[in-house]
Design a protein around this ligand. Structure first.
Ligand SMILES: Nc1nc2c(ncn2[C@@H]2O[C@H](COP(=O)(O)OP(=O)(O)OP(=O)(O)O)[C@@H](O)[C@H]2O)c(=O)[nH]1
Ligand SMILES: [Mg+2]
Length: 697
């Protein structure tokens, strides 16, 4: 593949609801641009973009694929993203390096939750965009209805630039609104044709709306428009390009990815209307001078690149996917990673075509490519030079809230699993594992259940290790509500070296839940020698790891050693430690022991229509709604306090309740006494577990 200058590059991200047709569209574009000699099909598992086993098995995209196409004299870097919300991290990585977006809408399903989310992301990143309505080969699809619902949602900026020509319900061509001409497809060719009568009304209406939008691009145009003048085709195109750039026009185009119809026009429109990287601003910080570095994709500036994705593929190895943000990257360049504070030789430069790698001699500012085997370089790192050490802001990646407990099926695989998990999380910024030492469990976090299922399957199929998963243990805590006063004498004096430790202790709520215990001594007369105080404290420390009620960590207990006795020979650290442990157990259970459960502050963002259902559901989860705040786009943020244990399945339930439109986040708020039924269930479960352990023991 040849080297392209910045002005000839188009970085376009495909966004849209799961199953809308993004991968099929990518496949059609590959075929039309000559990258492939035939079109693969998602069902057949032979597309350029969905090359991973898990993707082929499930018929959905799981990872973003980068596919560079050459069209006319330009290079179009297509970023085909997954539509399923669990894989939002992949979308957020791709959108951080895109200069424009195509929101794919299924002609069959119309505007869906994923379409709305794609729009919101484009608004957030201020991305120029257009809609492509696919599935138009299906004769029941109505382009007119979809245009109407897009206009209802997003207003006058929606501007259809073509519309379908059907003969006997078959999609045979299109009407170009700018040229007011009809065209029929013939393989990769198009031939001009009459505009059918039934298209006339909509052609006139769409054209009028487009001319209005064009008129609004300048004073001069406005005057000419109201003077009844028409604009030349090149004036219209230039105005459309400007308006797409500033977001005042969002064109709508249509076709069929499956039949490869309307793709030629789409590729032309990307080159004609979508901005090159040089039209976008990009700034970083010079870590040496602390000055702002205006990279702006300028190839004459010192070189810098941003690592927006890491691929750790069992077959092709590790690749860092980059966008050059300034200068020109050349093979074997010596680069500097300011995060690692180390220089590294980048070796060969590649462009990825799905999972195929093609070597290129250099990459100009604005272009996307890949560097191999930079094992320490992470997603989000900046590569620059020691002379001009630049750093770019991190990407805004969604926080995972769905988690599950896992353990190795086979104990011998524990290390292999840990290595595989770290590879998977280096690839996927929304996946992480946590070793919850308090609860003696290992947890894996993701955005949703499907993502975690895919990880489990990848471990088995790609890394040959197996894990078992189960509902996580809740991070309960134990504390006391009353005071108690107990004593315990640990005495073993049956010949040989005896054991003797005797403590009298008072227990009470300390009122400080951030601390497990407070230990004070009020012993008089040396009844318990000071040198045994640490042993008594050790006994307490042991006890607070797993409380007497249900073996959960203890918090907020004041322990006062106020009396006891010792034996000059038989007393020992071990004896007093044991006495203290037994006294703690007794004292704790006599002081109104209770289980505390973690409460989180939940924020649920949903369109107005769903607030009632969401609040009703939260009530069923023992939630307390604190308030509701309206935000842009007819949405509300519902704030509630909810026991964390009630949220294990929340991701799936919220999605089905809101048609995939609800998102949530939460933060730990505090601990609160768990209801009696939950406490007794936990106490019984722990008792049963302890009994099972004894039997095994
Ligand atoms: N009839 C018809 N079917 C299509 C068209 N485009 C896609 N499909 C079918 O729709 C299904 C989903 O297509 P994909 O291309 O995988 O959709 P996607 O948007 O990439 O889906 P995700 O990767 O899950 O987000 C597949 O069964 C395709 O064959 C089209 O233009 N016409
Ligand atoms: Mg896909």
């Amino acid at each position: 593949m040849k080297v392209y200058t910045t002005d000839k590059i188009r970085n376009v991200v495909l966004l849209g609801h799961g199953g809308a047709g993004k991968t099929t569209l990518t496949e059609a574009m590959c075929y039309m641009a000559g990258l492939t000699s035939r079109m693969g099909k998602v069902e057949d598992g032979n597309t350029v973009s969905d090359f991973a086993k898990e993707e082929q098995k499930r018929g959905i995209s799981i990872k973003t694929s980068l596919v560079p196409l050459e069209w006319q004299d330009c290079k179009i870097n297509i970023l085909d993203t997954p539509g399923y919300f669990d894989f939002i991290g992949e979308v957020e990585e791709a959108i951080s390096v895109a200069d424009a977006a195509i929101i794919v809408v299924s002609g069959k399903a119309g505007v869906e939750a994923g379409t709305e989310r794609a729009w919101d992301l484009c608004e957030k990143y201020n991305l120029p965009r257009m809609f492509f309505v696919t599935d138009m080969d299906i004769d029941t699809t109505s382009y007119r209805e979809i245009v109407e619902s897009l206009t209802a949602d997003y207003g006058k900026k929606i501007a259809p630039i073509n519309l379908p020509i059907r003969e006997n319900e078959e999609l045979v061509g299109y009407v170009n609104v700018i040229q007011e001409k009809g065209f029929k497809w013939d393989g990769k060719e198009v031939h001009e044709c009459e505009v059918p009568e039934y298209n006339m009304e909509y052609l006139a209406r769409y054209r009028e709306e487009l001319m209005e939008a064009v008129a609004e691009t300048s004073e001069e145009f406005m005057e000419r428009y109201f003077g009844g003048e028409t604009f030349s085709e090149s004036e219209i195109r230039a105005a459309v390009r400007t308006s797409i750039g500033d977001g005042s026009i969002v064109p709508v185009s249509m076709g069929s990815g499956l039949l490869g119809r309307g793709i030629y026009t789409l590729l032309d429109d990307i080159v004609k209307y979508m901005p090159a990287p040089e039209n976008r601003k990009m700034t970083g910080i010079n870590m040496k001078t602390n000055e702002i570095f205006e990279a702006n994709f300028d190839f004459s500036k010192p070189k810098s690149a941003f690592v927006f994705k890491t691929v750790v593929d069992p077959f092709i190895g590790r690749y860092s996917l980059i966008k050059v943000r300034s200068g020109v990257l050349k093979t074997d360049d010596l680069m500097y990673d300011s995060e690692l504070d180390s220089e590294l030789k980048i070796g060969k430069i590649y462009v990825l075509q799905g999972n195929k790698t093609v070597e290129v001699p250099e990459l100009m500012a604005g272009d996307l490519g890949a560097l191999a085997k930079l094992n320490d370089v992470k997603t989000g790192d900046t590569l620059s030079t020691k002379a001009h050490p630049i750093q770019y802001p991190k990407m805004d990646i969604s926080t995972p809230y769905t988690y599950i407990r896992y353990k190795a099926k086979n104990k011998n695989d524990i290390d292999k699993i840990a290595q595989a998990m770290s590879k998977i999380s280096s690839e996927d910024p929304t996946f992480k594992t946590v070793n919850d030492a308090d609860m003696r469990q290992t947890l894996m976090y993701g955005v949703g259940d499907l993502q975690l299922e895919v990880v489990k399957s990848m471990l088995q199929n790609e890394y040959n290790v197996e894990i078992e998963t189960e509902t996580p243990k809740v991070a309960f805590r134990e504390t006391i509500r009353k005071n108690s006063d107990v004593e315990y004498k640990y005495k073993k004096q049956s010949g040989g070296h005896g054991q003797y430790g005797h403590v009298k202790m008072r227990f009470a709520p300390s009122g400080n839940m951030d601390e497990a215990y407070v230990f004070t001594q009020e012993v008089v007369g040396g009844n318990v020698p000071k040198n045994y105080y640490p042993a008594v404290e050790k006994g307490i420390i042991d006890s607070v790891q797993a409380g007497p009620l249900a073996a959960y960590p203890v918090v907020g207990v004041s322990c006062v050693l106020y009396d006891g006795s010792y034996h000059p020979v038989d007393s020992s650290e071990m004896a007093f430690k044991t006495a203290a442990r037994q006294a703690f157990k007794k004292g704790f259970m006599e002081a109104g022991p209770v289980l505390l459960e973690p409460i989180v502050t939940l924020h649920v963002t949903v369109p107005d229509t769903y607030t009632g259902d969401v609040m009703g559901d939260l009530n069923k989860r023992r939630g307390r709604v604190l308030g509701m705040n309206p935000i842009h786009g007819g949405k509300q943020v519902i704030e509630a306090e909810v026991p964390q244990m009630e949220l294990f399945d929340y991701c799936t339930v919220l999605r089905s309740m809101t048609g995939g439109r609800g998102i949530y986040s939460y933060d730990f708020a505090r601990y609160e006494q768990a209801p009696a039924n939950i406490q007794s269930a936990e106490v019984e479960a722990r008792a049963a577990e302890a009994a099972a352990d004894d039997d095994e023991g």
